[in-house]
Ligand binder design. Structure first.
Ligand SMILES: Cc1ncc(COP(=O)(O)O)c(C=O)c1O
Length: 440
């Protein structure tokens, strides 16, 4: 090692040590929790000096776009999930866009989704699970969900299948797996694609197997409210190498070439192929096989993600423990509240604790939420409630299979509380105490 290299490495080490010291200094003297005065957040970033160090380390590389930390994050998440391919993207919404667009590729021949094809989904969820269906001129078919689990029953999905149905794409809402094994079998039997929006459910299991590993494609979000964060970020996972290559193309401008950033000629045929009516040997790096996007992340985001990934097993356990504490504390309120549960065989890595105030019980969602917020306990609606009631969706082409009765109940009677790892037993006790006062 020459002097200059040693100095650079030494300086980097020193900077990273200072970063740790900075973090320690900013943590010391933090005030304790005061019920009714301190905010009980519904979600948030949970991090320590590790995340700050990896972030600064990547900034010193100044590689900026996807690089060594991205590779490390993608292989780390692939290993955690036990899947062949993970591609990072810049949000969970982008992950859904890439996953759905993948299924429109001409490379899939008669299985590709074309305008007018139907895709089964739910209206009680997050809009960007549904948006890619609409953006690709396919037709969303909405099924109702069950109160308590907030995912649809298998029979409702089966009954919604029509002659133009090509796929099922929906979320494990609030971390609760739908009946995945059975649905996967149904999709295989009926020749349908299955896309799992796993944005709320990293670490959930069904029949002992991780969600996000059953479907043809699965998506993840790393927004701060989610199980791990990189600020903005997401991922697409698949065991199918062909789908992974298409997804990468949609993510990376639509190009046909699959070299990583900074690489050239991985295929060995960069200047010796025929594409469309281009001159023979046109540079493969600039050949486009899809109408694509650029949805890549930066290496700084991935750097934070690598540190978060190391904490994931602990985060999952803490989410489960916090959910269990709320479940125990609220169990006696069942007469007035529909408490959060999951289908048999599911082992959720919960996103939140969902409560529906029973219609006609003498309470309303708004009075319960007002009491909680008045005690500085944050609450959230179950995302958009009935998506079809929002201005942007009033005129979309769609089909409703059956009714959306429960979806409408959710719109007016449901909210959720946090279970994220930043909550302490004192905070959870305060939440239970306020809930007992309001609904006991
Ligand atoms: C189920 C679901 N899918 C997709 C998303 C979008 O993720 P992002 O905010 O990273 O775009 C969210 C966001 O919370 C979500 O809950």
């Amino acid at each position: 090692m020459n002097v200059q290299t040693r100095d650079k490495a030494g300086i980097r080490r020193q900077i990273l040590e200072l970063v740790s010291e900075y973090h320690e200094a900013s943590e010391s003297g933090r005030a304790g929790f005061a019920p009714g005065h301190s905010t009980v957040h519904y979600a948030g970033r949970v991090f320590d000096a590790d995340e700050l160090r990896t972030l600064v380390d990547s900034s010193l590389d100044f590689w900026l776009t996807a690089g060594r930390y991205t590779e490390s994050f993608e292989s780390g998440l692939a290993e955690f999930l036990g899947v062949e391919n993970v591609l990072t993207v810049n949000s969970g919404s982008s992950a859904n866009l890439v996953a759905f667009s993948t299924l429109t590729s001409p490379a899939l021949k008669d299985r590709r989704i074309v305008p007018g094809d139907e895709v089964i989904t739910v209206a009680a969820g997050f809009p960007t699970t549904v948006n890619p269906i609409i953006q690709n001129q396919a037709v969303p078919v909405f099924v109702d969900v069950e109160l308590g689990t907030y995912v649809p029953a298998l029979e409702k999905i089966e009954a919604a299948i029509g002659p133009r149905t090509k796929a099922v794409m929906m979320a494990h809402t609030m971390g609760v797996p739908f009946e995945l094994r059975e649905l996967k079998e149904l999709c295989e039997r009926r020749g349908l694609w299955l896309v799992e929006d796993n944005c709320d459910a990293l670490g959930s299991r069904y029949d002992g197997q991780l969600t996000g590993t059953f479907g043809d494609l699965a998506t993840f979000s790393f927004y701060p409210a989610h199980h791990i964060t990189m600020g903005e970020g997401g991922a697409v996972a698949t065991n199918d190498d062909g789908l992974a290559r298409i997804a990468r193309s949609f993510r990376d401008w639509g190009r046909d070439c699959y070299c990583s950033g900074g690489e050239n000629n991985t295929c060995g045929k960069r200047f010796s192929q025929q594409f469309g009516s281009l001159p023979f040997g046109y540079d493969h790096k600039y050949v486009y096989s899809h109408i694509g996007y650029n949805l890549k992340i930066t290496d700084m985001q991935a750097a934070v993600g690598t540190a978060q990934l190391r904490k994931l097993p602990r985060f999952i356990e803490q989410r489960k423990a916090n959910h269990a504490s709320l479940a125990a504390g609220l169990a006696n309120l069942e007469e007035k509240l529909i408490l959060h549960t999951c289908p048999e065989g599911a082992d959720p890595s919960w996103f939140g604790y969902v409560i529906t105030v029973r219609p006609e019980c003498g309470l309303t969602r708004n009075t319960v939420v007002a009491a909680l917020e008045g005690e500085r306990i944050e609450t959230r609606s179950l995302f958009c409630g009935n998506l079809l009631r929002h201005p942007a969706y009033e005129a979309i082409q769609h089909r409703v299979a059956g009714s959306l009765t429960n979806t409408d109940v959710i719109t007016s009677n449901t909210f959720f509380l946090g279970v994220y790892p930043g909550l302490t037993p004192g905070m959870i006790a305060h939440v239970v105490d306020v809930m007992q006062r309001v609904a006991g």
